[in-house]
Design a protein around this ligand. Structure first.
Ligand code: TZP
Ligand code: MG
Length: 235
């Protein structure tokens, strides 16, 4: 059955979405090195990384991805690329994260290795239905809270918005992370608030500024990870 196939494929991939770092070089404190921040954040507990660097030209983005892949490989942490299937292929990244108006998931699957992870940004229950049809590996749900990191074109969805979208995933093997304004102060409240009536909870959270803008990204990640692992122990 397609359902069983999807489940076993996700299990084969065995991705840990617990603490998902989405990068943003522009947020680094003055003098902070990108690669050092990446490595320290992984040492602090980041389990998966997405390069989201919208301002980079292709050559620079590929270089950043190739160098980031070396660091991620050292720790066995998957590396995904935002929007750019070509960059993911060039850097032999582990997959891509696509937005609603990026390349169709089906097209990306045709281009990428069959083991590639494909994630999709979802802002509505309709988006989640589409993600299920397109058999994505995971969805990014948001923005849950307001954020300065991205100019939002849709209203924030809040914890109830996340819970409604998570509920739509019940019975599928698609995993879900929330994104948008999540930090160590609101993380526990966010995790608790997003649990569905049937008790499904988030598989992880995606964070940009709370890690990227930190003077101590290792410490920032560690703080987030401890809250996540403690929550997961009870769910
Ligand atoms: N998509 C929805 S909100 C967002 C993205 C990429 C930015 C989240 O950044 P931060 O700094 O974690 O609020
Ligand atoms: Mg995009």
């Amino acid at each position: 059955a397609p359902e069983a196939r999807r489940t076993s494929q996700n299990m084969l991939k065995n991705i840990d979405y617990t603490l998902y770092l989405v990068t943003g070089r522009d947020l680094l404190p003055p003098g902070k090195d990108f690669y050092q921040t990446l490595e320290e954040s992984i040492q602090g507990g980041v389990t998966i990384v997405q390069l989201r660097e919208k301002d980079l030209e292709t050559s620079a983005f590929v270089e950043l991805a190739v160098k980031s892949k070396v660091i991620c490989d050292k720790y066995n942490v998957p590396l995904l690329i935002n929007d750019r299937v070509d960059v993911a292929l060039a850097a032999k990244a582990d997959g891509v994260h696509l937005g609603q108006s990026d390349m169709a998931v089906k097209r990306a699957r045709e281009l990428l290795p069959h083991t590639a992870i494909i994630g999709l940004s979802c802002n509505t229950v309709e988006h989640v239905k589409g993600a299920i049809k397109q058999k994505v590996d995971y969805i990014g749900i948001g923005a849950v809270w307001d954020t300065k990191t991205k100019k939002l074109t849709n209203p924030v969805i809040g914890i109830h918005g996340v819970a409604d979208m998570l509920a739509e995933l019940e019975g599928t093997s698609i995993e879900a992370v929330a994104i948008g304004g999540i930090n160590s102060v609101n993380l526990l409240r966010t995790l608790h608030g997003c649990v569905t009536v049937k008790n499904r909870s988030l598989d992880g959270v995606a964070v940009v500024s709370d890690i990227m803008a930190s003077a101590d990204p290792r410490c920032a990640s560690k703080k987030l990870k401890e809250i996540l692992v403690n929550f997961q122990r009870h769910h």
